[in-house]
Design a protein around this ligand. Structure first.
Ligand SMILES: C[S@@+](CC[C@H](N)C(=O)[O-])C[C@H]1O[C@@H](n2cnc3c(N)ncnc32)[C@H](O)[C@@H]1O
Length: 315
């Protein structure tokens, strides 16, 4: 079974690791995972490209060729360069040792050129060969160039909108598959809907504010997206329980966003109508979750700036 590696951004590391694991388990519940600081290794039938395309915080990823015993690759490892015109060597040093990285990369490149017809290209090569150092083990790995999908456009913004990365990570953490449907009962500018559709997941959004409803609609239209948006109170979601598999939402706290009533009362009502057997990710301002009668299976804190730390609750 192939092993893939993912080097993650160290910001929000806990959530980044859980996201990778969650994506792998969506498609292969028998996937085996090893985590070492910001390196995640997954043994699974799911390819590294597939996981990387869905993930939010991956810096570098690829497939492991083999554990490294010396600086040299075996002849069979050069198979990956068979049809490649260009390649580059990259060192990823996650160990506590210091290396002269440019020198090592060049030495590896010089060695590979002797065995392969491919030429070194620093820009957009067909194949990238990695040498990954950790304090425990070192690996050779590689990745192929792949198309990065275009991000959805957002023509209308609003101060309370959520950034796409946190939205995407929430969708991934509740493990929705392509073809399933997510509901955002406080959809605002439609960030959840846009992100979900860009991942092949259907979406339904509710917002009681006509202005936000229109903004969401325009943002969807410009991308040719077909998510359903309803100008309605969040409580309407109880009438459409069979239409979605999960909820991803960012609560109105009454600061930048308009709230139909006192945010605390609104939240209590919201929690009381949450469907029991759905996957749920809720974002709120840190501290607010204590007022919610929710028993999350996981809680993350995302520091934004001095006066804003966000909390994500997974239920
Ligand atoms: C924090 S904003 C959501 C922002 C959204 N995630 C985005 O990226 O644009 C909360 C939204 O909840 C909406 N809202 C407030 N009270 C509501 C209610 N009772 N029912 C439905 N929507 C409500 C507000 O109009 C606001 O757009």
């Amino acid at each position: 079974m192939p092993e893939s590696f993912f080097v993650l951004s160290k910001d929000n590391l806990e959530i980044a690791i859980d996201e990778i694991i969650s994506i792998a388990k969506i498609y292969d519940r028998f996937a085996k995972v090893k985590v070492s600081s910001n390196l995640v290794i997954i043994q699974s039938k799911i390819s590294w490209e597939w996981i990387t395309k869905r993930a939010t915080f991956v810096k570098v990823s690829g497939q492991i060729l083999r554990k490294m015993s010396g600086l040299f690759l075996d002849e069979e490892n050069f198979e990956i360069l068979k049809n490649a015109k260009t390649f580059v060597c990259r060192i990823v040093n996650l160990s506590s040792n210091q290396f002269n990285i440019p020198e090592l990369e060049k030495a590896m490149g010089d060695m590979i050129i002797k065995f392969s017809k491919a030429q070194v290209s620093l820009k957009n090569p067909d194949i990238t060969i990695y040498l990954i150092f950790t304090d425990k083990e070192n690996f050779f790995g590689f990745s192929k160039r792949f198309e990065v999908e275009n991000r959805p456009k957002k023509i209308k913004k609003y101060p309370h909108e959520l950034d796409w990365k946190l939205t995407r990570v929430m969708i991934n953490l509740i493990g929705l598959k392509e073809g399933e449907t997510v509901c955002d009962p406080f959809c605002g500018t439609g960030t959840t809907l846009l992100e979900a559709e860009s991942m092949g997941i259907h979406a339904i959004g509710l917002d009681f504010d006509e202005k936000m409803y229109n903004i969401s609609k325009e943002n969807l239209d410009v991308n040719g997206y077909k998510s359903k948006i309803i100008k309605a109170d969040f409580s309407q979601l109880t009438n459409m329980i069979d239409e979605f598999e999960g909820i991803v939402t960012d609560l109105p706290y009454g600061i930048a966003s308009k709230s139909s009533e006192n945010p605390e009362e609104l939240m209590k009502k919201f929690v009381s109508i949450l469907p029991k057997r759905k996957k749920i990710a809720i974002m709120c301002k840190k501290g607010f979750e204590k007022k919610l009668n929710i028993n999350p299976i996981k809680k993350y804190e995302i520091y934004r700036h001095k006066s804003l730390t966000r909390t994500i609750l997974i239920k």
